[in-house]
Design a protein around this ligand. Structure first.
Ligand code: G3P
Ligand code: CA
Length: 340
């Protein structure tokens, strides 16, 4: 295919559909990405993991039983394993133990059905998409929508997969290149929590890269015995160092506006001006309607949904000068952007 056309000036803030429009449809399914595009999202975000045969598929976790029906499939009962993933011992079914053909027989299920019962009604009707299928969807929607739609892939567990002989960097760059995404002007950002993964990608591709910030230490830094923590990376000097290999940063929201013990938003930190001074764009995560104060992954599935004031939160972050945001509800972020 022809190279992706140079992008027009990107809208600001960029609205990135987090795992697709995952507030409305089970995450990381073609339906979730398509809905996000129809809502007007600028970019769709696939988290990527590897299959046993080296294919890239969209799942937030390599532990497939969290978001597919694999645990209920008798033919895969003997694939249950205990594995150490990024230093944490987990028991379940893992993408690296399945071929792509086997994963294509699985069906997506909603991660937290009690909080998102509407999504759960779509359980077992949707497949796990490959990166190529997501690109094909985006390209076809670009034609019907008459606009460019960006891809914002995240490499999940790259060091873990590398140790299994399933390095992610080259297959990812190769698929993107084959589909015409191979310049700084292509509508792509590749994101990772791991530093060495991004540095490897920097050597392989001119596509734009984004350093994610979590808590503690990037897993690859633990493996190589480095003392580098996310807190150190968030200092002015740390951000300048990131600018040597990345174009932007994707911090957890708390780096930009911390909340107090009661969940109230505090004052913005210097993170955004410091990142801008280093020449980095700032795309924080995750803006969602249900319980803004605790990541969904950390909540027990029995808790009732709490409705945080998502609109007030987004407005506060816009005032803090962010360049984009990841949201499970891209329609809400887009509505607020129109009011700017
Ligand atoms: O990629 C930004 C954000 O998605 C990182 O968190 O866990 O939702 O992939 P996670
Ligand atoms: Ca992600």
């Amino acid at each position: 295919p022809a190279a992706a056309q140079p992008r027009a000036e990107e809208p600001r803030p960029l609205v990135i559909a987090h795992r697709g429009a995952s507030g409305y449809v089970p995450e990381h399914t073609l339906a979730a990405y398509a809905l996000a595009v129809l809502q007007g999202a600028d970019y769709v975000e696939p988290d990527l993991v590897m299959t046993k045969d080296g294919q890239l598929v969209a799942r937030h976790d390599n532990q497939l039983d969290l978001t597919t029906d694999v645990a209920a499939r008798p033919e895969f009962a003997d694939r249950r394993r205990t594995r150490t993933v990024d230093g944490i011992e987990l028991t379940g079914w893992f993408s690296e133990d399945f071929s792509l053909a086997e994963i294509k027989t699985l069906r997506a299920i909603e991660r937290i059905p009690k909080i998102r019962p509407g999504n759960a009604r779509l359980d077992k009707s949707l497949e796990v998409p490959t990166l190529q299928e997501i690109i094909d969807l985006v390209r076809s929607l670009e034609k019907s929508q008459g606009r460019r739609i960006g891809l914002y892939p995240e490499t999940k567990h790259p060091t873990h997969f590398q140790h299994l002989g399933l390095g992610m960097e080259e297959p990812l760059v190769e698929i993107l290149r084959r589909n015409g995404y191979h310049s700084r002007h292509a509508p792509v950002y590749i994101q990772s929590f791991e530093v060495e993964n991004l540095k490897t990608l920097r050597r392989l591709t001119p596509l734009r890269l984004v350093q994610l910030f979590g808590s503690g230490q990037p897993y690859d830094q633990q493996v190589i015995g480095s003392a580098l923590t996310y807190a150190q990376m968030a200092t002015p000097a740390g951000l300048q160092a990131i600018a040597a290999y990345a174009d932007g940063v994707g911090p957890d929201k708390s780096y930009i506006i911390p909340r107090d013990a009661n969940g109230n938003l505090g004052s913005p930190t210097d993170f955004v001006p410091n990142a801008h001074a280093a020449g980095l764009r700032v795309h924080p995560y995750t803006f969602r309607a249900e319980n803004n104060f605790l990541p969904l992954e950390l909540r027990s599935s029995g808790e009732p949904a709490e409705r945080g004031d998502l609109e007030a939160e987004i407005r506060a972050f816009l005032d803090a000068g962010i360049d984009g945001l990841f949201s499970d509800h891209p329609d809400i972020a887009l509505r607020l952007r129109e009011q700017l």
